[in-house]
Write a protein that binds this ligand. Structure first.
Ligand code: G3P
Length: 217
């Protein structure tokens, strides 16, 4: 399973990538806005650190303008993935940009039928949003399961990029279901290391070690 980090926070990307926790990065207009920087500068800096796929989202809603923006974003670096919303215009732009040889991540996916369309349009990635479905009392993980079954039934090569991940539980169950990639904020990725018994065990080991009065170095 691949780990993408859903952030424009350069320090977190750098820190997590130093020990192999970042296979790629995803951003969206809200994340870019929060950074306070121009999308070009943010994506360029991320791509100087991360060699895997880095998603940069268009802001246009009409096919031709989406394509123009997508091409512009793809000029930033060879590992830029053009992120397009799951609308008819987005799907049309996906097909055309894919045919031109670009990688496309179709985002804001909330149903298996939408994911089917993204695969038909040739998307490299589809991003189903787990947390936002949970927010409206649906089960976002059910959607990951449906898309996995659907893609496996027809051998669609589009990768399932489980997004809107809010908890360690979302990561675990996305992995168990067979999502190809998870994208999560740095805090959620850090949380995966936490376990109370690890903390308790370490406290005990350190207390016992102190009693020896020894030093390893
Ligand atoms: O990048 C898309 C997605 O991960 C957004 O997550 O938490 O804003 O629903 P969230």
């Amino acid at each position: 399973m691949k780990f993408f980090v859903d952030t424009a926070d350069i320090e977190s990307i750098r820190e997590l990538s130093e020990f192999g926790m970042v296979d790629g990065v995803t951003t969206n207009p809200s994340i870019i806005s929060k950074s306070g920087r121009h999308i070009r500068d943010v994506i360029e800096e991320i791509c100087s650190i991360i060699k895997g796929p880095v998603s940069a989202e268009v802001a246009a809603t009409e096919c031709d303008t989406m394509m123009a923006e997508g091409r512009k974003l793809a000029e930033i670096a060879s590992n830029v993935v053009i992120k397009l919303p799951l609308t008819w215009d987005g799907l049309k732009a996906c097909r055309k940009l894919t045919d031109e040889g670009h990688m496309v991540n179709v985002t804001l996916c909330f149903s298996a039928n939408q994911a089917l369309l993204a695969a038909k349009a040739g998307a490299s990635f589809v991003s189903p949003f787990i947390g936002r479905l949970d927010d409206i009392n649906l089960d976002g993980l059910d959607l990951i399961e449906e898309i996995r079954t659907l893609y496996d039934n027809f051998q669609f090569p589009t990768e399932i990029l489980a997004a809107s991940i809010r908890s360690a539980n979302h990561v675990l169950h996305s992995a168990l279901i067979g999502a190809d990639v998870i994208t999560a904020p740095p805090a959620v990725i850090r949380q995966l290391a936490d376990h109370p018994l690890t903390d308790k065990g370490l406290d005990q080991f350190l207390a016992d070690w102190k009693k020896t009065g020894h030093h390893i170095v």
